[in-house]
Unconditional design. Structure first.
Length: 356
């Protein structure tokens, strides 16, 4: 029960100041289930102690809806402007691992999916350019689908092939990037100012620091026999390394989130914020980035919407957020097998603004 209380505090305490609550925030869904089981246990025992898990559950009554959606698509009457936004971490189009096929099958699958969904704006993370020629043809193929405007930026100077990319069917009149935040090794994101049927809108495409634990956890599970004492010691050492990486990831993302929030505060236009945050809803970085924003999944999403397609515990870590100038019509997470992330798509109404 105390663990669930600590999880609640993860949204308000920067891991850079005190990192322990961040671990409990990550474990929130499991702590919630344990707390509910305690309630059932004390109900059947008819003990007064029941009041404590009930009170703790009541304190965080608003949190479960960030993990399980109970919304539905909204019908918007009358004339209105709308925009359909997609966020997709394409994991270098599966170029290295070729988990989802070979010879560019992942890109073809993603390309077909984009044509089927027909979003107005796409925020890509881990957009890999194989070489100059193929990179050129990749963008040409997407341009042929109507994405005549775009902005891309390398993750860092060492990354010669990995980009953050925004593609748009509407004109982009300004663009830029958020520099490398303290303690990080790549840019926090890119942004593009888009003119959507006369309304100026800023679109942010973020990719916050990764946990960096997938390869380590896979190695432990595949190579160590936990019935062997020596392997147990090696696995414990590996687990310590994983914990350290998770801790550092929390701190790095907190720095990035603070940087992004300051940038948004200076933005003169309505804001759409999308991307791979690499953090759960019960986290400091998500709490900061969603300040004065709404979450498309929370507003109109249904069911569970885990967006990470990996073997480690799956969470919703890819988001589409929007400010008061928008209203969500629909949200969907699509289980396309082409990356270690699932794409998310939201359709939003643009409310009347004064900058037209």
């Amino acid at each position: 029960m105390a663990g669930l209380l600590l999880a609640y505090t993860a949204k308000f305490i920067s891991p850079d100041l005190f990192w322990i609550p961040a671990f409990f925030g990550l474990a929130y869904p499991y702590l919630l289930i344990i707390n509910i089981l305690f309630i059932f246990y004390w109900v059947f025992r008819w003990r007064l102690f029941l009041i404590w898990p009930v009170l703790i559950l009541a304190i965080g009554f608003n949190l479960p809806r960030y993990y399980v959606g109970f919304g539905s698509n909204v019908e918007y009457s009358g004339e209105h402007k709308s925009v359909k936004l997609m966020s997709f971490n394409v994991h270098d189009f599966d170029f290295y691992t070729q988990t989802y096929g070979s010879n560019g099958e992942a890109f073809d699958r993603i390309s077909d999916f984009i044509a089927e969904q027909n979003p107005d704006i796409i925020c890509f993370q881990e957009f890999y350019s194989y070489d100059l020629k193929i990179s050129h043809s990749t963008f040409i193929k997407l341009k042929a689908k109507g994405y005549l405007f775009g902005y891309r930026k390398l993750y860092n100077e060492k990354s010669k092939k990995m980009y953050l990319v925004i593609l748009s069917k509407y004109p982009i009149f300004n663009s830029g990037y958020l520099d490398i935040a303290e303690g990080n090794d790549h840019i926090s994101g890119v942004y593009a100012d888009v003119s959507i049927k006369g309304t100026k809108v800023r679109v942010y495409d973020l990719h916050l620091a990764t946990m960096g634990v997938s390869s380590e956890s896979k190695y432990i599970t595949k190579n160590y026999d936990l019935s062997n004492e020596q392997d147990i010691h090696k696995a414990a050492t590996g687990a310590k390394r994983i914990s350290s990486r998770i801790k550092n990831g929390f701190i790095r993302r907190s720095k990035q989130a603070e940087q992004v929030q300051k940038h948004i505060e200076l933005c003169p236009y309505p804001v759409l914020l999308a991307g791979d945050f690499n953090d759960s809803p019960c986290s400091y970085s998500y709490s900061l980035l969603s300040k004065d924003m709404k979450d498309a999944f929370v507003e109109v999403g249904k069911g569970f919407s885990n967006t990470y397609n990996g073997k480690v515990p799956s969470y919703r870590i890819d988001y589409i957020l929007f400010d008061k100038h928008f209203e969500a019509l629909s949200y969907q997470r699509h289980k396309i097998k082409a990356s270690d992330h699932y794409p998310v798509v939201a359709e939003l109404v643009i409310k009347e603004t004064t900058d037209e």
